[in-house]
Design a protein around this ligand. Structure first.
Ligand code: ATP
Ligand code: MG
Length: 317
């Protein structure tokens, strides 16, 4: 399997990262069909496998260290491949270390709280990777495209005055900063699919019986708001790509490339955190030695006092 170096990750990720402070116009700045020129699909398979293994080993250390957590935010329009990306990229990690939550239309109880409340309930713990399949960003996307959803939130009149969206961007940025200050990295991924690719994927969902369950007529109605969504995404990327939690625009028309890109961003994040297995304190080390002595004394007649050590010695010899 091919090696992955920090330099390669850097080259792959660099063009996808939204520079904080830059003004984004999606259609002009990001090509949904982009692939890194030096990488073809069959080589890509190997890199994805290596990435998956790296993720698994980093995640084990992240859990053992129990100090940092990672929140992965996935945003996209319908059929851009959120579910498949999660399934493939996270296929190697220990399920105990990962949480996934899909956010739907908010319930009455959720609407009875401030807009970030329901997202805060689902944050990962230290040592975990938490995935938000849709996220707090819906609050500046679907809610912006459909103003009646904002009405349902029953905000007081003062909070409806002025630029609601600018204020939400600031509140989201502050919240993510707070998370980082507390040990939680926020990794933001927008799967950027073209309008034509969405049409193709919807038709596949209609034409193939095993995909019918994925299709809902509402998805086509939502598609009619395409341009409004593109504007809302562009504004979101412009105002919420920060030094502490930058956005990555993942070209999503080629699923194989999208998966490699997402894997690369995650591996890069974990490399930066660089979690370590904790070293036992002197007292705990002494307790380990005492336990070893006791277990060695319990060796039955003819058995090696420490069979594990014996095996290691033989393997090394
Ligand atoms: P899939 O269709 O692949 O199963 P999905 O994420 O599209 O996954 P759905 O149940 O189809 O899941 O849709 C969830 C819906 O909930 C989306 O249309 C989304 O825009 C909507 N939604 C999410 N968050 C909010 C919110 N805060 N306010 C209003 N609607 C929201
Ligand atoms: Mg849907």
């Amino acid at each position: 399997m091919p090696d992955i170096t920090a330099k390669m990750l850097g080259e792959l990720i660099e063009p996808l990262r939204v520079t904080p402070g830059s003004k984004v116009t999606l259609a002009k700045d990001y090509d949904p069909a982009f692939k890194a020129g030096w990488l073809n699909r069959s080589e890509g398979e190997g890199y994805l496998q290596t990435g998956i293994e790296l993720l698994a080993s980093y995640q084990e250390r992240l859990a053992a260290q129990d100090t940092y957590g990672v929140l992965v935010v996935l945003q996209a329009l319908d059929a851009a491949g959120k579910d498949g990306t999660i399934r493939h990229v996270m296929s190697g990690v220990n399920p105990q270390g990962v949480t996934v939550h899909s956010f739907k239309v908010p319930s009455e109880e959720e609407l009875d709280h401030d807009f970030l409340w329901r997202y805060a309930q689902r944050l990962p713990a230290r040592g975990q990777i938490g995935i938000f399949n849709r996220s707090h960003y819906e609050e500046v996307l679907v809610v912006r495209v459909h103003p009646h959803l904002l009405e349902r939130q029953r905000l007081p009149p003062a909070s409806m005055r002025g630029d609601v969206w600018r204020r939400r961007y600031r509140e989201i940025n502050d919240w993510e900063r707070y998370l980082l200050d507390n040990g939680f990295r926020v990794v933001k991924l927008f799967l950027n699919m073209s309008r034509e690719e969405q049409r193709r994927r919807f038709l596949a969902r209609i034409d193939l019986p095993e995909k019918n369950w994925k299709f809902s007529a509402g998805d086509v109605a939502e598609r009619s708001h395409w341009d409004e969504y593109q504007r809302a995404f562009s504004e979101m990327l412009t105002h919420t790509s920060t030094e502490w939690a930058p956005w990555h625009v993942i070209p999503a028309d080629h699923k194989w490339f999208a998966r490699i890109a997402v894997g690369a961003v995650l591996v890069d994040t974990l490399m930066e955190i660089d979690p370590h297995y904790p070293k036992p304190e002197p007292q705990a080390r002494r307790a380990l030695q005492d336990a070893r002595v006791q277990l060695e004394r319990e060796a039955p007649k003819g058995a090696a006092p420490d069979p594990f050590e014996e095996e290691r010695r033989r393997a090394g010899a």
